[in-house]
Design a protein. Structure first.
Length: 329
């Protein structure tokens, strides 16, 4: 189902419609298990959520607070170690307050972000966020992505009507094009099935279910290469720094009180090899000259340390492919 979700009330409406559709099915059909569809959708679970990243963790929290019974399946409940999803805009922080999740950034050494600084040809311009009309606590936040996700998961797991489980969803269970639930593999190797009136798939850019719900046309124009700069100060504290460099942009922002994330955009679908030293040479010979002098030495130290991460920059246009009783986020 292709749709734009604005808030928890939107999901409330979707779930009501799905339940009404289920009630209208006076006579239902049996699948390979010999269990009727009506029997399945009358179970205790109202919503299945696949994936417990930012969206997949915040969503069941909101649904559960509205009284819904939710089963969340996440392939790995260990703290994620990622280089993206680390900078929350002021509007995002306001949304966290609305969802009762603002405390998830208050205990992870998150840093306030008050605006941006744009660099080009060694000149710069400061662009503050327009926050005068808001409470002084309202600002962007930047942080370690994994810490943020774990705090949300903890809040979700504490709700009595949410089951947060580690498991890898193998497939959607369908009957005549209607999604009835999912089959997943548990940590101990079992492969149970679970059913609900609505299944929401939000398992990220490496989703193994996406092709079941749409025909993705993924374009990968570049990759982000991420470094962690330690014990350095950005030229403008509490600001994101955007360097319009040659051949591509560089981003820097704080992720803790003593760490700065540096993301280097490298064009093309093939990255220089880290194993044979090509990546290190590229960062030193092409990128380093564009780095502000205040963080230059920390940048070189991070390159020499060798812990260089990468993440594809992909785009996938949203192409609606309605699937009854399922949502793809």
């Amino acid at each position: 189902m292709g749709m734009k979700i604005k808030n928890g009330r939107e999901f409330e409406r979707v779930i009501r419609e799905e339940n009404e559709n289920n009630r209208k099915s006076v006579k239902s059909f049996a699948d390979a298990d010999g269990i009727s569809r009506d029997d399945k959708v009358k179970g205790s679970i109202e919503v299945i959520v696949v994936g417990a990243g930012v969206a997949g963790a915040a969503l069941p929290y909101t649904l559960a607070k509205d009284g819904r019974r939710v089963h969340v399946l996440e392939r790995d409940l260990a703290e994620p170690d990622r280089i993206v999803g680390e900078l929350l805009q002021p509007g995002g922080y306001l949304k966290l307050q609305e969802l009762d999740l603002a405390d998830c950034v208050s205990t992870i050494d998150a840093q306030r972000v008050l605006g941006y600084v744009m660099y080009k040809d060694r000149k710069h311009i400061q662009l503050p966020c327009l926050l005068e009309k808001f409470h002084r606590n309202v600002a962007g936040r930047s942080f370690h992505n994994g810490r943020f996700i774990q705090r949300i998961r903890e809040k979700v797991a504490a709700l009595p009507n949410v089951k947060l489980e580690q498991g890898t969803v193998r497939s959607l269970i369908k009957d005549k094009g209607i999604v009835l639930g999912v089959q997943y593999k548990t940590k101990d190797g079992q492969e149970p099935k679970v059913y609900a009136p609505l299944t929401i798939v939000c398992d990220g850019c490496f989703s193994n279910l996406r092709r079941s719900l749409c025909k993705p046309k993924v374009d990968i124009p570049s990759h982000f290469v991420g470094l962690t700069l330690e014990n350095c100060s950005l030229p403008f504290p509490n600001h994101g720094h955007v360097i319009l460099a040659d051949p591509s942009p560089i981003l820097s922002y704080p992720i803790s009180s003593n760490e700065v994330r540096c993301l280097v955009d490298i064009p093309g679908q093939k990255l220089p090899s880290a194993a044979n030293g090509e990546m290190s040479h590229y960062l030193k010979s092409v990128v380093a000259s564009e780095i502000p002098p205040e963080i230059f030495l920390s940048f070189i130290a991070a390159v020499e340390k060798g812990y260089i991460r990468s993440m594809l920059n992909g785009s996938m246009p949203a192409i609606p492919q309605p699937t009854p009783e399922a949502l793809l986020i």
